[in-house]
Design a protein around this ligand. Sequence first.
Ligand code: HEM
Ligand code: HEM
Length: 462
Amino acid sequence: MSNDAGKPQSAAVAFMVAGSAWFALGTIYGLFSAIHLMAPEFFNNIPWLVFGRTRPVHVNTMIFGFVANMLIGCALYYVPALLRTRLWSQKLGWIAFIFWQIAVLSGPVTFPFAITQGREYAEYVWIFDLCIMISLLTLVFNCVLTIAARRQNMLYVSVWYAIGALIWTAGVYPIGNVMWHPSSGALPGLIDSIFLWFYGHNLVGLLLTPLAIGAAYFVVPRVTRTPLYSHTLSLIGFWTLLALYAHIGGHHLLQAPIPNWLKSISVVDSMAMIIPVFTVLANVWLTARGSLSRLWKDPAGRFVLAGTIWYLIVGIQGSVQSLPAVQRITHFNNWVIGHAHIAVLGFSGFIALGAMWHVLPLAAGRRLYSHRLVNVQFGLALLGLIGFFAVLTAAGLIQGVGWYNGEAIYRVLPEIAPFMVLRAALGILIMAASFLGLYNAIRTLRGAPLRESESPLQEGPL
Ligand code: HEM
Ligand code: HEM
């Protein structure tokens, strides 16, 4: 198959714009969930609006719909661009796009009606797992053939991360979703939770994380017009991520009767995660040193810079909360929800947004409709997220300390009620940010063509 269907970058554009749309829809479901936690009677027990139904729609729409979509879209642009070739097949890019969207759409269509496999992050029923797999394998195939047809000999690190993320997830996804048991998507007994968390943490660790790092490595040198600080560091970060992340899912199960050796490995390697996190951050920040103001002034660069700062906080917090002594207070409460939001939105989501604002105009051949709207989106999302982090961490500590001291769960609930109100209110800021972004993306597609000097052929230094 040759470079055929449609416009040269159309699949990349489709993934990115779909990501913006899912971001907006996902926040609505986030808000439904938050309202339920704030005022459980608010929706009058309408079955498809209760927390247990809206929460999985929110979580899956954010992970697969918003962040993954946007980052895959960016990768479909930068992989061929860095290899100085074209995507091997736009048609295959579109096939991958369609299957991915069918799976994401199945969330809001099936979960509210209790059609779910009921395992966190693995809720999609078998037929939609199959859609994800078809999409992933098609993407791997397309990218490998793009690499084979490259005109640039060196494989820049972003290409490593993109192809790594796709191949690893194509391996991890069917295992974690127990796809050889189509009816349940589960194994009997405790072993199921080991499989689930092997997959669950790798979904963020081996899909979102490498895609986000690959995108940051693409955007930062281009915006700062500085070559990458160190290719060696970038490869150390890549291989240590794979070596350490793949088996730390056990840190979700420290309170469960899984084998002790599994807990020990997961705790030790969670601490060691400091190595890939700091390697990446040192490399990105040293690339940007001396040009930080240029990065900050660029609307896309600003999102990416903030995403790397969130990654620092996420990495330190993640390692610390892997310690059993810390988890005695932080596990099973809003502390973890705070971590999840700064990780998925702050780190991978901010980088996805920044990379999209950098790449979308290049891929669509259109000028960005409004830099100002990107900055407003940034301000709203940042304010909302800092608020989320503060409120959820505080609520989590109140819950954790209360339970530790023997307080019954229901007696602690009134104490966190004000925090639940604040979280719902802050959610409105993030929701506004998502809708502004969707509007800006759509207006960009209909906007003025890029000038010659801004064309995709003017690749910046790496
Ligand atoms: C880099 C090192 C990281 C470490 C050591 C780490 C560690 C942890 C630990 C120990 C938990 C479980 C806490 C508990 O249940 O008590 C957790 C939860 C979580 N982490 Fe991380 N984390 C890291 C990075 C990330 C990143 C980069 C992401 C996303 C891109 C992420 C997303 C999540 C999510 C969504 C949860 C919640 C899972 C659930 O539903 O219970 N983490 N993390
Ligand atoms: C309108 C803004 C948002 C609101 C109101 C909101 C609210 C919520 C609520 C209520 C939950 C369930 C918490 C619980 O189980 O106690 C949740 C979970 C989650 N949200 Fe959001 N959220 C918003 C935006 C986002 C965004 C933008 C992302 C990612 C890009 C995101 C990612 C997640 C994840 C990964 C979880 C699962 C956390 C876990 O299991 O530990 N949320 N959110």
